[in-house]
Design a binder for this molecule. Sequence first.
Ligand code: GCW
Length: 677
Amino acid sequence: AQDGYKLWLQYSKIEQPQRAEQYTAYNKNLKLDTGSATAKVIHEELNTAFEGMLNLSPELNGDAPGLLILKTSALPEKLQNQFKALEDLPEDAYAIRATRLDKRDVIVISAASEKGLLYGTFAYLREMQQHKDLSQLDITDAPKIKKRLLNHWDNLDRTIERGYAGFSIWDWHLLPNLIKEEYIDYARANASIGINGTVLNNVNASAYILQEDYLQKVKALADAFRPYGIQVYLTARFSAPIEIGGLQTADPLNAEVQNWWNEKAKEIYTLIPDFGGFLVKANSEGQPGPNNYGRSHVDGANMLAEAVAPYNGIVMWRAFVYSDEKPEDRAKQAYSEFVPFDGKFKDNVLVQVKNGAIDFQPREPFHPLFGAMPETPLMMEFQITQEYLGGMSHLAFLPKLFEETLQADTYAKGAGSTVAKVVDGSLTNTQLTGMAGVSNIGNARNWTGHPFAQANWYGFGRLAWNPELSAKTIAEEWLAQTFTPNPEFVKPMTSLLLDSREAVVNYMTPLGLHHIMAEGHHQGPGPWVKDLGREDWTSVYYHKADSLGIGFDRTSTGSDALAQYAPEIEKAYENIETTPQQYLLWFHHVPWDYKLDNGETLWYNLARKYQDGVEEVEAMINTWQEMKPYVGEQVYEKTRMLLSIQLEEAQWWRDSCLLYFQQFSNKEMPEFIPEAK
Ligand code: GCW
């Protein structure tokens, strides 16, 4: 059944006779050194894939191989020259070539490392699943980012913070003894898109994960993931020395505390020699941290960095801070706090920064920290789970959002200094680079709840490998592999995916509005939310609607958050006329009668956007109806029902936001807005 369990690794039967013939000719005889655990994984994957696509069990290491998967050093001498390019690339790089060997047409997949061979194999299978002509293959590819990580916000009781796909897949109770099939399929899926690390537990951390019994469970997972090139990481609760170590303090400058972390690191690395390191949320939303002891983020991060440094571990220190005391615009606080620390962190520390300065909104300008800390490796944190984009019920293709942030220009070193170049290190020649995605996976049968949320996991992985990939390419790849490469399906569905995120922006937070979601769970509208005990948590604070207008003045007449951006941006956005419309209300408090480019007022345009959002969901529903012949019954029905929920909720957003804002604008509802139900 097409219940979605197999994700994009469907390996559906190839019906087209010419393709099937070509694929069988290449793949029926396979040369592969199966000595290592990773090589065994490669062999198994090929068997599964060829069985599914071609009904073929390839012969292994016979006389006349059509597919050779060999480290470059093990290639027949006459082929070595064709793979020279790999010498200058990172060891995860691979090359795939259709070539000739002993008068035969062959495909060669080669790499310097076993991991490279694994990635090359998955890339090859990706081509096959898209029904590409193999006789022209000539691909050389290398990851542009070193640490490509999922962040699970999974708690030890298996609830997931902001998770919409069931409970955690980590079955702590049955670990370390039971290694579930799901763990292996999880590893396969991640390896297939180049993800090479996973932080198993929530950043709002429990210290218990660091206790001996839990570390045994973590070790079992690390052992299961290792052949797939996936390292395991944990979050470190800053107060763990007190909570599980029996110390009086967690002060990072206290020798006993330092010693406790050093010993803890030693204990972990004895069990898990390739443990990746720690992710830390400190002094943020009530979490403990170095500030509790009058110490800085640098003191805290460097202490942990020292503990894991002897084992090549890293520390990912989050910049998602906004202090309880300071009345400053929340959008400014991370920058204010972290920029002075530039260059002060140890070499094995990355500062992990969310894509925007507020919090994973449907649309945010890029975080001003990108480009502002040239002496510090900055790791991108995207949210794959849809905390603010409709949770489990809305179809929103996030690679479009990720692409928008990555391609934004920071101007840090003049025009063309994109966020992607900050994150991949090329702008400042930074060696340690990373990208994290807050996972949307749970124990749902199809992993992600919404069938189309799988595309966001897929897209995140592809962009972590290569942040220059386009959302369009990702959509096409994912659709072809998950459903069918038939262009009559892929073409309209690619448009649907690419437009879907803008639809959400339109019916939730058009024209630069943000954080007007309902309180706490963040699902559905709540522009009226006030008095949450702190001004910077209330929706009213973000939209600031009053009789004069709407929007948050972040120019020099307001919070001046704009001054945190490069002068090119600051200058353009300081002026309402030259501010991109999509960020209008992010940076300006705009009069209701202000005329936008189309000559209509702000009020009119706001209403228009909300209505556009609703109509875009209607269009999605129509497109989906036409896709019925191309997809399985189960996924068709499920998506159809989810889209109808999305439509209702889009209408709810439109009606409630416009009715609420109308109290301030005092204007008639434009005629295209249907009467609210
Ligand atoms: O997005 C907000 C969420 C919190 C989350 C926090 C963070 C893990 O509402 O649930 O906590 O950000 O990123 O730390």
